[in-house]
Design a protein around this ligand. Structure first.
Ligand code: FEO
Length: 400
């Protein structure tokens, strides 16, 4: 059965959510699922903006069929060629052979990479600023390379002032009927997953996101329609400000996040002592994560949020404990910048994790790694409490 929501007089959200998928991109846990958004414009010429992942293709095609009501599909605008959105392009062409595919030059190279050679007569190649009039609506196209793939573009409906923003402004999490951000407490219940989505998927490409934000600032926008998550139709300042901070690698708040790797609990104990010292000194909202328990995608997101980061790790196989190393390499791969970092390590006969963590963290742009490292031999000792307290004092002072 078709299942969609009208978002404007003649525009519909025809995508759907997958609550069964365990790992988005086969790497990011998504316990609340994910939505694959697609949009139908019921104009003189009929338009679909992006297809969906194959997991929700059934309802997607039911929706198109119902909304077309016997007419043909005239245009499929392809903003992004990643398979979570492009998977149904070939099937759409099979069902609607006369459909014109609208994309940029890179889009069509990718289409043929995924689907093989196609009839190029049905391709409409657009460049920055080109327009497509479909009757009442006129779309203009804005290139957004590396947000999140090189071919990405966003489409702006000049008539309704809607930005179809591809992956930008998306989020993990299924849509539960309330597809608009203003229909839920987005700032409280969804922002953590929006941040985790942004930082893990697009976080590496801050400069490119800044470029798109600059272009978007020249447009009058009444609605933002991303390819995942909620649609924004008011209070744009909230999400735009977050995107600006995230893409400039500035912390959202003065706060401390502690990530630790502990084999038998001794490094964990040192972190607990530090967290208590910080709390005693008035530091609020301290967040502590065990890297063996919490997926790195969550901790990475937290490192984008907070200004001060503490990493504590056991030494393992003459190096950093593997799950801590994974986290640090994820932070490096996502190009996080401009943080204060503090290091604790542990090693029963040769603690080297601290030095190796320092090598990774010091290589990150704008990272300031505190000179004072606390190194334990198997466990924290009474005589080290003074050092730990000095570290806590330093962090609490900086957070004031
Ligand atoms: Fe949702 Fe980059 O694909």
């Amino acid at each position: 059965m078709y299942s969609y929501r009208k978002i404007k007089d003649d525009i519909y959200m025809i995508g759907a959510s997958d609550r069964r998928l365990a790992l988005f991109e086969n790497v990011y846990p998504i316990k609340d699922g994910v939505s694959y958004n697609s949009y139908f414009v019921d104009d003189e010429k009929t338009v679909v903006l992006d297809t969906v992942d194959k997991s929700v293709s059934g309802v997607f095609f039911e929706n198109i069929k119902h909304l077309l009501n016997g007419r043909s599909l005239d245009y499929l605008i392809v903003n992004h060629m990643e398979p979570d959105h492009c998977a149904m392009i070939a099937d759409t062409i099979l069902r609607y052979p006369d459909v014109k595919i609208v994309g940029n030059a890179k889009t069509f190279t990718m289409i043929e990479n995924f689907f093989g050679k196609m009839d190029r007569d049905n391709f409409v190649t657009v460049s920055e600023g080109d327009e497509l009039c479909t009757g009442k609506h006129t779309f203009t196209f804005v290139m957004a390379p590396m947000v999140h793939w090189p071919e990405v573009m966003v489409s702006y409906d000049k008539t309704e002032k809607i930005l179809f923003s591809a992956d930008a402004f998306g989020s993990f999490g299924a849509l539960d009927g309330n597809i608009f951000a203003d229909e839920i407490d987005y700032d409280k219940s969804k922002i953590d997953e929006a941040r985790r989505y942004y930082t893990n998927i697009v976080g590496k490409y801050g400069a490119q996101v800044q470029a798109v934000l600059k272009k978007a600032s020249t447009l009058e926008i009444d609605m933002i329609c991303p390819l995942h998550g909620h649609i924004f139709r008011k209070d744009f300042g909230f999400i735009l400000e977050k995107y600006d901070l995230w893409s400039r690698y500035e912390a959202e708040e003065k706060a401390v996040v502690i990530a630790y790797a502990s084999i038998y609990g001794n490094t964990e104990n040192a972190v607990s002592v530090l967290a208590n010292m910080l709390a005693d000194k008035g530091v609020k909202n301290i967040r502590v994560y065990d890297v063996s328990v919490t997926d790195p995608s969550f901790i990475l997101s937290e490192c984008f949020r907070a200004s001060h980061l503490v990493f504590a790790s056991s030494t393992y196989n003459g190096g950093i404990f593997p799950k801590m190393e994974t986290l640090l390499l994820e932070i490096k791969a996502h190009a996080l910048q401009n943080r204060k970092a503090y290091i604790l390590d542990n090693g029963s006969w040769g603690a080297v994790a601290g030095r190796k963590m320092d090598e990774i963290l010091s290589s990150l742009k704008g990272f300031e790694v505190d000179e004072e490292k606390i190194s334990m031999k198997s466990s924290l000792k009474e005589e080290q409490l003074e050092n730990l307290d000095r570290l806590a004092e330093k962090i609490s002072f900086e957070l004031r």
